[in-house]
Design a protein around this ligand. Structure first.
Ligand SMILES: [Zn+2]
Length: 403
């Protein structure tokens, strides 16, 4: 137990051990059975104890009756007691005007409040300790009991301090503090290093197009490490020097990150849209190209890549329905022009002549044959020979089709 009564005065065990003279005097009073239990409902004799491992404390004699303070003390882990003493000493040593601090205060039956701070305006703040074993029943029952008496309560978790970025990852006492406290923050003290951390819940949403932005909105916990020296009371809450500004800066960074994300996403969308439009345009162009240029390419292919060979040029039978005339009546000039082109290795001219001769009437055939006879009378220059070859091939092909 942290404190006892001596002649109506409160004696703190940790104060006794500070000086040799004090410890000698209290040990004497202890032997004389003058130290009494601090619990007003107990009042039994207690004794002073301090070893080299065990810190200074008061304890009942072995044959004592049940005592609430004794029960509370026995149920409190040593790590909690250490944090409690440190916080008590911190506030006692740095007490602002109008703020007083007390330790182990009996406000409710069967329960002691580890630390109670009082402000000059009579506002009281209780500090309670807990860890992963602290049940939701304990938390709600005590919190409601304090609130009924108009006392704020701050649940300080004593455990290992670790990195945590998501509210849902915390165990219950921390979640309780994050959600139930006025500041939506939880203080954790590392039981080994006595390092303090405030975890603060960011309640703002970071949405884009109706959805939470992953990596920004889901990191809803800000953590701030600080030494006990920087622990303060601010607006009826436990806080730390520099915490408020750091939390604000962190939230600004998230907002900037969100704006950056939105900008990037809009650029991506624009790029995608441009890509899609380009693909659409290319498709249309290809379609048009296909409609216009494919036949041209075929012609070019035949005329340029296949060497001209008169003997191979013929007409598929299906091109020429016997009953329908494809060409209007040709004059001698029409035949002469086509023959000239054919002699100059124009494939389509040869084909035209074949189809014409195949379907032509007697008059046109007479014109063609007349031109043939005239050519035969000419001197056989290479050009005339080619010319005659066209006549012979056309007549042959036209006849072939006929048969
Ligand atoms: Zn007692």
């Amino acid at each position: 137990m942290e404190k006892c009564l001596l002649d109506g005065r409160i004696i703190y065990a940790m104060d006794v051990s500070k000086g040799y003279i004090d410890e000698t005097e209290i040990r004497e009073k202890s032997r004389e059975r003058q130290l009494l239990c601090f619990d007003p409902e107990c009042g039994q004799t207690v004794v002073f104890k301090r070893g080299e491992k065990r810190s200074a404390h008061f304890a009942h004699l072995p044959d004592h009756r049940q005592c609430d303070y004794d029960d509370y003390d026995r149920d409190t882990p040593d790590t909690w007691k250490e944090v409690k003493r440190n916080i008590y000493n911190h506030f006692k040593g740095n007490i602002n005007a109008g703020l007083s601090v007390d330790m182990d205060v009996k406000i409710f039956p069967k329960h002691f409040t580890p630390i109670l701070l009082k402000q000059s305006n009579n506002q009281q703040i209780a500090i309670e300790f807990g860890d992963k074993k602290t049940t939701s029943k304990t938390l709600t029952t005590l919190t409601n009991a304090y609130r009924k008496r108009n006392i704020e309560v701050e649940w300080v978790t004593v455990d290992d301090v670790g990195e945590c970025r998501h509210e849902q990852d915390f165990y219950y006492i921390k979640r309780f503090q994050l959600n139930e406290s006025k500041t939506h923050s939880a203080i954790v003290v590392d039981k080994g290093t006595q390092q303090f951390v405030i975890y603060a819940l960011d309640q703002d949403t970071y949405n884009y197009q109706g959805a939470d932005v992953i990596g920004i909105s889901d990191h809803n916990i800000f953590s701030f490490q600080f030494p006990l020296d920087n622990l303060i009371f601010e607006n009826i809450n436990l806080s730390a020097i520099g915490f408020g500004q750091s939390f604000k800066d962190w939230k600004t960074q998230k907002t900037v990150a969100l704006e950056g994300f939105i900008k990037q996403d809009e650029l991506r969308r624009q790029a995608r849209k441009q890509r899609e439009e380009k693909i659409k345009r290319l498709k249309q162009e290809r379609q048009q190209e296909g409609n216009i240029q494919r036949p041209k390419r075929k012609l070019v292919h035949i005329e340029q890549e296949e060497p001209f060979c008169l003997q191979k040029i013929s007409i598929p039978r299906t091109y020429y329905p016997v009953t329908v005339k494809l060409h209007s009546a040709w004059t001698e000039k029409d035949f002469a022009n086509k023959l000239k082109s054919a002699a100059h290795e124009n494939v389509s001219a040869v084909k035209m002549l074949i189809s014409k001769v195949y379907e032509c009437d007697d008059n046109e055939l007479a014109i063609f044959l007349q031109l043939y006879e005239r050519a035969k009378t000419k001197e056989r220059t290479p050009e005339i020979r080619k010319y005659l070859a066209v006549f012979e091939h056309v007549l042959e092909q036209a006849k072939k089709i006929e048969s």
